[in-house]
Design a protein around this ligand. Structure first.
Ligand code: PPE
Length: 308
């Protein structure tokens, strides 16, 4: 399905009609993937739309830009305000938010230094990332034949456009095999993450998630899930996960802004636990959605109302 259009896109500090937010075909980013981006969600709450994790997402955008040595021509506060303003202006109750900072049109050749840095913020209404039944029913996944990038070849912790060719190979392979998503292993053969999600494992009464050294994007939702699991009395071990632990797991779930908290019901054709959403996954989802939808107090201060 094409992206459902909103009215405007914030483009270098101006609202531009959706259909007019365009770049030149010789923009550096199109050729070399020279961009950094974010994905956030605004949730509908009784007091209006509220953005989840505004600060950590804006901070990660600036971190990603820093490590590819690209100076964002706005402050963190300006970007945060622009995100709120775009959600407001487009009149969404709930939506996905995509800030993107990229190298524009000037010179070509790999060296990006002469190209202007351009910034956009787009919003649209995006439902369940892996299909309407995924949140309750879970998804079928497989271990990918693709590995995540080796340390020192790219910067997994940063959300850099060009790095998503790896994710594209993973998800296309999975779909060819009739699966919702692929799980990559890192260069050492340990479980890394999905093409656009972090992963958690419940095994023998313990919860595990990939450590930051496992070539993962340091997910904001991953952090939130760890905090909520701790609140619910569960410890989370950030340690290397061997592939076979996926097959031994009682529960598996993905976390991510787009995917939210989504159970995994099979891996490589083997059912996870009973092949349905497990109790810890359900408990975590209930807590996550109660907070994001404003049904429980925002005790961690994760939500920013856009009308503030
Ligand atoms: N790993 C990867 C590779 C990744 O792209 C994401 C987000 C995550 C983990 C989870 O991070 P966080 O959203 O901070 O919890 N993927 C974004 C893009 C998805 C897309 O298809 O585009 C997202 O979920 O918004």
């Amino acid at each position: 399905m094409p992206i459902p259009k909103a009215e405007v896109i914030w483009f270098n500090n101006e609202f531009v009609p959706w259909d007019e937010a365009k770049v030149h075909v010789l923009s550096h980013v199109l050729h070399y993937g020279s961009s950094v981006f974010e994905g956030l969600r605004a949730y509908s709450t009784p007091t209006g739309p509220a953005i989840l994790g505004l600060k950590p997402h804006v901070d990660r955008l600036f971190f990603s830009a820093k490590v590819i040595r690209m100076a964002i021509p706005f402050t963190r506060d300006e970007i945060a305000e622009a995100i709120k303003a775009t959600v407001r202006r487009n009149g969404h109750e709930a939506c996905y938010v995509r800030p993107l900072v990229f190298r524009g049109y000037d010179t070509l050749g790999v060296n990006p230094n002469n190209c202007p840095v351009e910034t956009i913020i787009a919003t649209w209404e995006w439902g369940a990332y892996l299909g309407p039944d995924a949140i309750e029913g879970g998804v079928d996944v497989g271990v990918s034949s693709w590995r995540r990038m080796a340390p020192g070849t790219a910067m997994a912790l940063a959300k850099i456009g060009g790095q998503y060719t790896n994710s594209q190979m993973v998800v296309m392979e999975a779909r060819r095999h009739g699966l919702a998503e692929g799980i990559t292993l890192d260069i050492h053969g340990f479980v890394s993450e999905g093409s656009g999600e972090n992963i958690f494992v419940v095994y023998d009464g313990q919860i595990y998630t990939t450590p930051l050294s496992g070539s993962i994007l340091a997910g904001v939702t991953r952090r939130f899930a760890i905090a909520l699991l701790n609140d619910l009395g569960h410890e989370v071990n950030e340690q290397s996960i061997p592939r076979d632990m996926l097959y031994a797991a009682d529960e598996l779930f993905f976390t991510g802004t787009a995917v939210e908290i989504t159970p995994i019901r099979s891996v490589d054709g083997l059912p996870v636990g009973a092949g349905t959403r497990g109790p810890i996954t359900k408990e975590l989802q209930e807590e996550f959605f109660a907070i994001t939808q404003g049904k429980k107090p925002d005790r961690h201060g994760w939500l920013t109302p856009v009308n503030e």
